[in-house]
Design a protein around this ligand. Structure first.
Ligand code: SF4
Ligand code: SF4
Length: 470
């Protein structure tokens, strides 16, 4: 008897399977293979949903919290300042970001070396909003996986209105998320007055449209491709994990040989449930792959199957490669201690440098024209500086030549056109200073200092410059 080519069994047999040689989400002709992820329930899914709910609340609520009269987290680009839980930083503190960025990077390395991609599966905003918001909406409007597949194949009005409704909901959500994201750059109260049309603030309007488009494109179509193609962290996995890293893996010893019957062969019955629930379209039974974002869907899916066939859970589970092979795991190893030591050193440096910050800064800038001139037997040096108030209050500053400036030279004079300078919060102002010396007293270039002092804080800072002549 010949098999009907459109029968369910024939279609399943002919269905393309994920492999290690190609990306399952891209067809051989380069077109996109949109995967329909199956629903999954289980203990890890419950934990992840709780984590998603918590993080969504945290992401959305932070801009609304005020600390010391300012938003808890705000990057004020026009004001060239950033506020972080009561601490304020200006562009002059930008070097501190070096410690922050390297610290975050090393933190990710440390966690990844121990627990694999838990960041991707549990806390990355891409996953949190995709799995915690957009995917559930798709499920609500278009139904479960099989319903979606059937409707997509069949077409018709039922498909069209559901798709239209879903995309409208996605657009609305993307716009709201874009606004929520921009609240990290524009204070929430200003945003509330500006939305929905951003009257008078064209750049905010354009940014909101830009981010809405980016988020809509990402969550409605691009989806897992962000993790597979764009995310640099994902590309680094091969170098971050080792034999002892806890990963999500398939217990080959226990599962193979795969068997269709439940009483013979290994425990894997090749039901492909673990593949159907995978949001990146891979088959975890092929081994650890860069595409695995550690979402735990396959663990829950396989545990459910094991329950059904009365086999112990954990055919797919969290374990290290060593654990899968030998049953023994070793979490704390040299790699962990090295990352932890470097992180601790960076944290220490950050604390020292942040604690050392002065409430104002003075930068010597390039002077236009010649740095000195000789007129009527007198050398005149000209200095340009930029004084910046790094606090969120108005401050008054005084500038003078330090007492020992060019001491030992007769006839020295300093010309300070503006000795008292008042600056707005985070404001700055150029400062021009002159030093004069009779040509007959000049011997060689010599360094000296101007002193800037903050009248409120009583803090003084010496700025070294060089007197030149001939
Ligand atoms: S869900 Fe479990 S039993 Fe089913 S194919 Fe995957 S590993 Fe095998
Ligand atoms: S292989 Fe498992 S853990 Fe990895 S992405 Fe797929 S479903 Fe998630």
């Amino acid at each position: 008897m010949t098999e009907n080519p459109t029968s369910g069994r024939a279609r399943l047999r002919d269905q393309r399977r994920p492999d290690l040689d190609s990306m399952y989400t891209i067809n051989s002709d380069g077109s996109r293979n949109m995967i329909q992820v199956a629903d999954v329930k289980g203990r890890w899914n419950t934990r992840r949903n709780l984590m998603f709910a918590l993080l969504i609340v945290v992401y959305l609520i932070i801009p609304w919290i005020n600390v010391g009269g300012r938003p808890a987290v705000l990057v004020d680009i026009p004001g060239r300042a950033a506020h972080f839980f009561g601490m304020s930083f200006t562009n002059q503190d930008f070097h501190l970001f070096f410690f922050v960025l390297i610290g975050i990077g090393l933190g990710l390395f440390l966690v990844t070396s121990i627990f694999g991609r838990v960041w991707c599966g549990f806390t990355c905003p891409q996953t949190v909003f995709m799995e915690g918001v957009f995917r559930p909406i798709e499920r609500l409007i278009e139904g479960r996986r099989l319903d979606r597949i059937r409707r997509n194949e069949k077409g018709g009005a039922d498909k069209v209105w559901r798709k239209a409704l879903k995309h409208l909901a996605y657009l609305f959500l993307s716009w709201n998320l874009a606004i929520a994201f921009m609240c990290y750059f524009i204070p929430t109260r200003e945003m509330l007055h500006a939305i929905p049309f951003f009257t008078g603030n064209t750049s905010a309007l354009l940014w909101s449209l830009f981010w809405t488009a980016v988020l809509y494109f990402d969550y409605s179509w691009f989806r897992e491709q962000t993790c597979l193609i764009i995310c640099p962290y994902g590309r680094l996995q091969a170098t971050l994990v080792d034999y002892d890293t806890v990963i999500i893996g398939y217990d080959e010893k226990r599962g193979e040989p795969r068997s269709k019957g439940v009483d013979s062969g290994g425990d894997c019955i090749d039901c492909r449930r673990c593949v159907d629930v995978c949001p990146t379209g891979i088959d975890i039974r092929n081994g650890l792959q860069l595409e695995c974002i550690g979402c735990t869907n396959c663990i829950d899916a396989c545990d459910t199957i094991m329950d059904k066939i009365s086999k112990p859970q954990g055919l797919i589970r969290f374990d290290s490669s060593r654990g899968f092979e030998t049953g023994v795991s070793k979490l704390l190893r040299a790699r962990f201690w090295i990352y932890a030591a470097v992180m601790a050193a960076l944290l220490g440096l950050f604390v020292v440098r942040a604690g050392d910050r002065k409430p104002f800064s003075v930068t010597v800038t390039r002077t236009r024209g010649l740095p000195f001139v000789v007129e009527n037997g007198v050398i005149r040096n000209h200095y340009s500086m930029l004084l910046q108030n790094k606090t969120d209050e108005s401050r008054v500053y005084f500038v003078k030549a330090r007492q020992d400036a060019l001491a030992g030279h007769a006839g020295i004079e300093f010309l300070i056109p503006q000795e008292r300078i008042e600056l707005a919060p985070f404001g700055d102002a150029p400062v021009t200073l002159f030093a004069m010396m009779p040509l007959s007293n000049y011997v060689a270039p010599e360094d000296f200092n101007f002193t800037f002092s903050d009248s409120a804080g009583g803090i003084a800072d010496d700025v070294q410059v060089r007197f030149r002549g001939l």
